[in-house]
Design a protein around this ligand. Structure first.
Ligand code: SF4
Length: 242
C-alpha cells in the first residue's frame, strides 16, 4: 500500500523526556545487538509511532522491518527527481512486503520549483534543492512519529564512521535508530541472497549508491561507491543525517 504523507494519522506522541529516557535505558543493551533484535525492540516500544526510511536502493531494511512489525510505515522521499527504476522498486516493494509506503512530498512540484527558483537548482545550489525536496519533507513527516529507522551504515563514508545504533535526533526531535550501523557490504549481500530481497536494478547496472537522477552518476571502477553522488562538487550528503 502507498500513501502521501499528508494522509497519515498524527496519533498520540509521548513527550521528548520520556523518549530520551527510553534511549538512555536501551542504548547500552542495543549497541551490540543484531539488526533483528534492534528492530524487535523498536516495534515493541514504538508500534505505529515508528517509521522506517528507505531510498529504495534495496529492500534489506524494509524486509527486516516488515518481519518485526507487519504493516510498518516506510518513508520514501518523493523528490520528483528519481530514476524510473527507483520508483519501480518502491512500487514493487509495496506489493511484495507487508508495509505501508508513505511518500514525503516537497511543498512544490519540480515545475513550481523551477518557476520560483529558476531551472536546475540541483546544479546551481544542490544544498538548497536538497533542503526543499528532502530535508523539509522529512522533517514535516517525522513530526508525527516518535522514532525513525534509517539504513545508515558506518562503512558507507568517513562521516558515518561513528553512527550509533540508538540516539536522539536533535534536528528532527525524535528517536533515531540505525539497526544496520555495524553491517558490512558483505553482510548486506549475504542477507539479500539468503532472503531473496528486492534490489533496485540500477545496483547490478553499476550504481552502488543511488539518489536523485540529476545528482547520481556511475562511479569509475574501483572508486569510492559514493563518489557518483553530486560528482564534481564538494557535497557528499543530502543533509538528512546531521
Ligand atoms: Fe535536488 Fe539533487 Fe538533492 Fe535530489 S539529490 S533533492 S535533485 S540536489
Amino acid at each position: 500500500m502507498t500513501a502521501d504523507s499528508t494522509t497519515t494519522d498524527i496519533g498520540t506522541r509521548r513527550g521528548d523526556d520520556q523518549l530520551r529516557a527510553l534511549i538512555e535505558d536501551a542504548a547500552p543493551r542495543l549497541a551490540e545487538a543484531s539488526a533483528q533484535d534492534i528492530l524487535q525492540w523498536a516495534a515493541e516500544n514504538f508500534g505505529d509511532e515508528l517509521i522506517v526510511a528507505s531510498n529504495m536502493q534495496d529492500a534489506v531494511l524494509v524486509d527486516l522491518a516488515a518481519r518485526a512489525q507487519p504493516g510498518v510505515d516506510i518513508l520514501f522521499l518523493e523528490t520528483g527527481y528519481h530514476f524510473a527504476e527507483t520508483i519501480g522498486t518502491r512500487d514493487a516493494a509495496a506489493q511484495i512486503y507487508d508495509i505501508n509506503v508513505v511518500n514525503a512530498l516537497p511543498e512544490q512540484t519540480v515545475a513550481e520549483q523551477d518557476a520560483a527558483e529558476g531551472p536546475q537548482l540541483h546544479d546551481r545550489d544542490p544544498n538548497r534543492c536538497c533542503f526543499l525536496r528532502k530535508v523539509l519533507p522529512l522533517r514535516n513527516t517525522l513530526a508525527r512519529y516518535e522514532a525513525w529507522v534509517t539504513g545508515v551504515r558506518r562503512v558507507e563514508a568517513p562521516t558515518r564512521a561513528n553512527t550509533p545504533v540508538l540516539t536522539w535526533d536533535d534536528r528532527n526531535g525524535l528517536v533515531k535508530i540505525n539497526p544496520l550501523a555495524a553491517w558490512s557490504d558483505e553482510d548486506m549481500d549475504n542477507y539479500i541472497a539468503e532472503h531473496g530481497v528486492l534490489v533496485n536494478p540500477l545496483v547490478p547496472a553499476g550504481y552502488p549508491s543511488i539518489g536523485c537522477q540529476p545528482c547520481t552518476h556511475k562511479p569509475a571502477p574501483g572508486a569510492d561507491p559514493r563518489s557518483g553522488r553530486w560528482a564534481g562538487t564538494s557535497k557528499t550528503e543530502c543533509g538528512l543525517h546531521g
